[in-house]
Design a protein around this ligand. Structure first.
Ligand code: FES
Length: 69
Protein backbone atom coordinates (compact mmCIF):
# COMPACT_ATOMS: atom_id res chain seq x y z
CA UNK A 1 0.00 0.00 0.00
CA UNK A 2 1.01 3.60 -0.31
CA UNK A 3 2.25 3.95 3.25
CA UNK A 4 4.77 1.23 2.54
CA UNK A 5 5.84 3.17 -0.52
CA UNK A 6 6.28 6.30 1.55
CA UNK A 7 8.40 4.48 4.09
CA UNK A 8 10.36 2.66 1.44
CA UNK A 9 11.19 5.92 -0.29
CA UNK A 10 12.14 7.48 3.03
CA UNK A 11 9.83 10.42 2.53
CA UNK A 12 9.69 12.97 5.30
CA UNK A 13 5.99 12.93 6.10
CA UNK A 14 6.11 15.93 8.42
CA UNK A 15 3.51 18.27 7.03
CA UNK A 16 2.39 15.67 4.55
CA UNK A 17 -1.00 16.47 3.08
CA UNK A 18 -1.32 20.02 4.40
CA UNK A 19 -4.29 20.85 2.18
CA UNK A 20 -6.07 17.56 2.94
CA UNK A 21 -6.19 16.43 -0.65
CA UNK A 22 -7.68 19.51 -2.27
CA UNK A 23 -4.76 20.01 -4.65
CA UNK A 24 -3.81 23.30 -3.02
CA UNK A 25 -0.33 22.43 -1.82
CA UNK A 26 2.46 20.12 -2.81
CA UNK A 27 3.42 18.79 0.60
CA UNK A 28 2.22 15.34 -0.37
CA UNK A 29 4.66 15.12 -3.29
CA UNK A 30 5.98 11.60 -3.67
CA UNK A 31 8.70 10.39 -5.97
CA UNK A 32 7.74 6.83 -6.77
CA UNK A 33 9.83 3.98 -7.98
CA UNK A 34 9.02 3.31 -11.65
CA UNK A 35 7.38 -0.03 -10.80
CA UNK A 36 5.09 1.69 -8.32
CA UNK A 37 4.32 4.53 -10.69
CA UNK A 38 3.33 2.00 -13.35
CA UNK A 39 0.85 0.37 -10.97
CA UNK A 40 -1.21 3.49 -10.41
CA UNK A 41 -4.61 3.20 -12.05
CA UNK A 42 -4.96 6.81 -13.16
CA UNK A 43 -2.54 9.24 -14.78
CA UNK A 44 -2.21 12.64 -13.12
CA UNK A 45 -4.89 15.18 -13.95
CA UNK A 46 -4.01 18.63 -15.27
CA UNK A 47 -4.68 20.02 -11.80
CA UNK A 48 -2.27 17.55 -10.24
CA UNK A 49 0.37 18.33 -12.85
CA UNK A 50 0.02 22.07 -12.22
CA UNK A 51 0.62 21.52 -8.51
CA UNK A 52 3.45 19.09 -9.16
CA UNK A 53 5.17 21.83 -11.14
CA UNK A 54 5.53 23.66 -7.83
CA UNK A 55 6.89 20.68 -5.97
CA UNK A 56 10.51 20.46 -4.94
CA UNK A 57 12.67 18.10 -7.00
CA UNK A 58 10.05 17.10 -9.54
CA UNK A 59 10.78 13.75 -11.21
CA UNK A 60 9.26 11.71 -14.03
CA UNK A 61 7.66 9.45 -11.45
CA UNK A 62 6.40 12.22 -9.17
CA UNK A 63 2.80 12.13 -7.99
CA UNK A 64 0.83 13.90 -5.32
CA UNK A 65 0.19 11.37 -2.59
CA UNK A 66 -3.29 12.63 -1.84
CA UNK A 67 -4.33 11.85 -5.41
CA UNK A 68 -3.08 8.30 -5.50
CA UNK A 69 -4.06 6.94 -2.07
FE1 FES B 1 -2.23 19.12 -0.75
FE2 FES B 1 -2.04 16.73 -1.75
S1 FES B 1 -2.42 17.23 0.29
S2 FES B 1 -1.98 18.59 -2.82
Amino acid sequence: NLLDVVIENDVDIDGFGACEGTLACSTCHLILKPEHYAQLPEPPTDEELDMLDLAFDLQDTSRLGCQVV
